[in-house]
Write a protein that binds this ligand. Structure first.
Ligand SMILES: N[C@@H](CCC(=O)N[C@@H](CS)C(=O)NCC(=O)O)C(=O)O
Length: 216
């Protein structure tokens, strides 16, 4: 199996954490975002979104990080990360969908407008979009904070795919202009999860390397 990833990319890290956690055999090819690797025709033939991650397993060509995580956990037979029990599985899938549709959308939009645009694209962020994303992030952070009030993990008592999906933006959490103080349970959870071994193993060696191809 081969995984295409970008160093430090949040959606790549979700999948890399699952690769590390399960120990599943994987060839990993890192693409260089700044060199335009994701836009090359050989790569867009695999992933027409020109995004990472992408998994190739024989004749299966799979993109969307959460789908890849589910596939790998099942393929590795890891019933702790992604249990077969229907209700637990639905609960994990629910949080993975929620992360993608709401939390990540708000977080990603705020990060793009307030960090990526001024620092990498030479254009200021759109104030109306920043205001919208900030409101949305506060709205959904409240949901996450309440869920985590008396929990150590998103679902059950051990790490599942839901945890790696929720924390995938961890590296950028303190960089965005957002007041996390009203969400103490969310903050405690991120602190705890950022110290877990398979998440640490998926981290870039340094912030400067994010998006760049690691040197052999
Ligand atoms: N919904 C997709 C999102 C993938 C995504 O946003 N990937 C980012 C890196 S974290 C990317 O490749 N960005 C490059 C671009 O937008 O050109 C998934 O979960 O896999």
């Amino acid at each position: 199996m081969k995984l295409y990833a970008i160093e430090g990319s949040p959606n790549s890290r979700k999948v890399l954490a699952v690769v590390n956690h399960t120990g599943i055999d994987m060839e990993i090819e890192y693409l260089d975002l700044f060199a335009g690797d994701t836009r090359r025709p050989e790569y867009t033939a695999l992933n027409p979104n020109a995004m990472v991650p992408t998994l190739v397993d024989g004749d299966l060509n799979l993109w969307e990080s959460n789908a890849i995580m589910q596939y790998l956990a099942d393929k590795a037979g890891d019933e702790s990360l992604y249990p077969k029990d229907l209700k637990l599985r639905a609960d994990i899938t629910r949080w993975q969908c929620w992360e993608l549709a709401h939390f990540n959308q708000a977080f990603g939009t705020l990060a793009f407008e307030s960090i990526a645009k001024p620092n990498f694209l030479g254009t200021p962020g759109n104030p109306a979009v920043i205001e919208w994303a900030t409101d949305q992030l506060a709205r959904f952070s409240q949901v996450l904070n309440a869920h985590l009030q008396d929990r150590r993990y998103m679902v059950g008592d051990t790490i599942t795919l839901a945890d790696y999906s929720i924390i995938h933006v961890e590296f950028f959490k303190e960089m965005i202009p957002f007041d996390w103080a009203p969400f103490p349970h969310l903050n405690t959870y991120f602190e705890h999860m950022r110290q877990t071994p398979h998440w640490i193993a998926s981290a870039p060696a340094s912030p400067e390397l994010v998006g760049r191809k690691p040197q052999p």
